[in-house]
Design a protein around this ligand. Structure first.
Ligand SMILES: NC(=O)c1ccc[n+]([C@@H]2O[C@H](COP(=O)([O-])OP(=O)(O)OC[C@H]3O[C@@H](n4cnc5c(N)ncnc54)[C@H](O)[C@@H]3O)[C@@H](O)[C@H]2O)c1
Length: 245
């Protein structure tokens, strides 16, 4: 049994990932800044028969994140899997972005990923094994209007994945990224006309339907499980054939 941490576990993709890792036999240490959706995920994971803790913590608050990882270890055991999933995506024209917004996006999406990886890897190093998955985004390939801060952090998630895979491999820790295309979640509410956006997504994808959160979670499951034991430093695109790399 491995202890798996999922950040942003109250969001649609985080919830699907938590449920899939529970089905894989992990115990879950779940966290999110939003209490109510986090509680729902914890409830669903427990209903599925897995052990789960839920901790409300803000990734911008280093002390809260340190305490979360320390408590996870004490309550469940050393972390064996980390999925860096929580992110924010404010949409503002680049010419109008305030530094405070930029700093916030980076504090959650980049420094948050970096620190969680460090805290998890310290626990993994003690056991000589572990798997980290960083959730990136299709937006890093083609750019995206009004999302420059977010897009930059998603490119950074891939660079971080490679740097950590290189440094942590000798410790038995694998680090990979999953880059989602467009999944119908709350994230889509940033678009003025979500139905038109959905039609546009299907037009651009090679597969002519929307992807599901469970299909994304299945790839996270593969990258955190034994079938990917010789895979590290890679980014897997899960986008229905929108962008092909
Ligand atoms: N949905 C998509 O189509 C899509 C596409 C590409 C990439 N992604 C990526 O997938 C991941 C999950 O996205 P989602 O669609 O489920 O979005 P979401 O907004 O539903 O979930 C993100 C979660 O992160 C949490 N969060 C936000 N700020 C936080 C903070 N300061 N501290 C802790 N938690 C915080 C939110 O409360 C939320 O539950 C993100 O990394 C996102 O960039 C999603």
């Amino acid at each position: 049994m491995t202890i798996a941490v999922v950040t942003g576990a109250g969001g649609a993709l985080g919830r699907a990932i938590a449920l899939r890792l529970a089905a894989d036999g992990h115990s879950l240490a779940l966290t999110d800044v939003a209490a109510e959706p986090l509680a729902r995920t914890v409830e669903e994971v427990r209903a599925a028969g897995a052990k789960a803790t839920g901790t409300v913590a803000d990734l911008r608050d280093a002390g809260a994140i340190d305490a979360f990882f320390a408590a996870a270890r004490e309550e469940l055991g050393p972390v064996g899997v980390l999925v860096n999933n929580a992110a924010i995506y404010p949409t503002t024209p680049f010419l109008d972005v305030e530094l405070a917004e930029y700093d916030e996006v980076h504090a959650v999406n980049q420094r948050g990923y970096w620190r969680c990886a460090q805290l998890a890897a310290r626990q993994m190093a003690g056991t000589g094994e572990g798997a980290i998955v960083n959730i990136a985004s299709i937006t890093m390939h083609g750019g995206w209007e009004r999302l420059a801060s977010y897009v930059a952090t998603k490119g950074a998630a891939v660079s971080l994945t490679r740097a950590l895979a290189r440094e942590l491999g000798p410790l038995g820790i694998r680090v990979n990224a999953v880059s989602p295309g467009a999944f119908p979640t709350a994230a889509e509410e940033i678009h003025e006309d979500p139905a038109a956006y959905s039609a546009q997504v299907i037009e651009r994808q090679s597969l002519k339907r929307r992807g599901t959160a469970a299909e994304l979670a299945a790839v996270v499951s593969f990258l955190t499980g034994p079938d990917s034991s010789f895979v590290t430093g890679q980014t897997v695109e899960v986008n229905g054939g929108w962008v092909m790399t």
